[in-house]
Write a protein that binds this ligand. Structure first.
Ligand code: HEM
Length: 133
C-alpha cells in the first residue's frame, strides 16, 4: 500500500498518470485548437496535419516531467526553444496556447491532485515566456 511519504516522493510523470494521461491532454489540446475559434490564430501557425504533433508532444512532455526520454533519443540535439524561433509567437498567440493547454490539463489530469494545477501553471508560464512581442 502506498504511504503518504511514498506518494509525495513519486515523480511528476507518474503522478500525472504517465503516457496515457499525457496523450489525453495532448489530444484534448489539439481538439480544442481545431474546434474552438478562440484558438484560430494559434491553429493558423501550425501545419495542416496535426497528427505528427499529437504523437510528438506527449513524448516530449513525458521526458520533461521526469519519465521516459524517447523524444530526446529520437531528436538528438533538438532544442524545444529554438524549434519555435521561426514562428510568429506574440503575447496573444502564447496566451491562446496557455489557455487551451490549461483547459486540456484540467479536462484530463487527476481532478483531486495539486499536480494538475502545477502542470497547467508551469506550461502556461513556459508558453508566455516564449512570446516575442
Ligand atoms: C508560446 C506558445 C506556443 C506556440 C504558439 C507553439 C507553436 C508550435 C508550432 C507552430 C510548432 C510546429 C508544429 C507544426 O509544424 O505543426 C510547435 C512544435 C512543438 N512545440 Fe510548441 N508552441 C508553443 C509552446 C510550446 C510549449 C510551452 C511546449 C512544451 C511544453 C511546446 C512543445 C512543442 C514541441 C515538443 C514541438 C515539436 C515537436 C517535434 O518536432 O517533435 N510548445 N509548437
Amino acid at each position: 500500500m502506498a504511504t503518504p511519504a511514498a506518494t509525495a516522493s513519486q515523480g511528476a510523470f507518474d503522478r500525472i498518470g504517465g503516457h496515457a494521461v499525457l496523450r489525453r491532454i495532448t489530444d484534448r489540446f489539439y481538439d480544442l485548437m481545431e474546434q474552438d475559434p478562440a484558438y484560430a490564430g494559434l491553429r493558423a501557425i501550425h501545419a495542416p496535419d496535426l497528427a505528427p504533433m499529437r504523437a510528438s508532444l506527449p513524448s516530449f512532455l513525458a521526458g520533461w516531467s521526469g519519465g521516459p526520454r524517447d523524444w530526446w533519443d529520437k531528436n538528438p540535439g533538438k532544442c524545444m526553444v529554438s524549434l519555435h524561433a521561426p514562428f510568429a509567437i506574440d503575447r496573444d498567440i502564447a496566451g491562446q496556447w496557455a489557455d487551451a493547454m490549461r483547459r486540456a490539463v484540467f479536462d484530463s489530469a487527476p481532478a483531486d491532485d495539486p499536480i494538475t494545477e502545477a502542470l497547467a501553471d508551469v506550461l502556461g508560464r513556459m508558453a508566455l515566456g516564449m512570446a516575442k512581442g
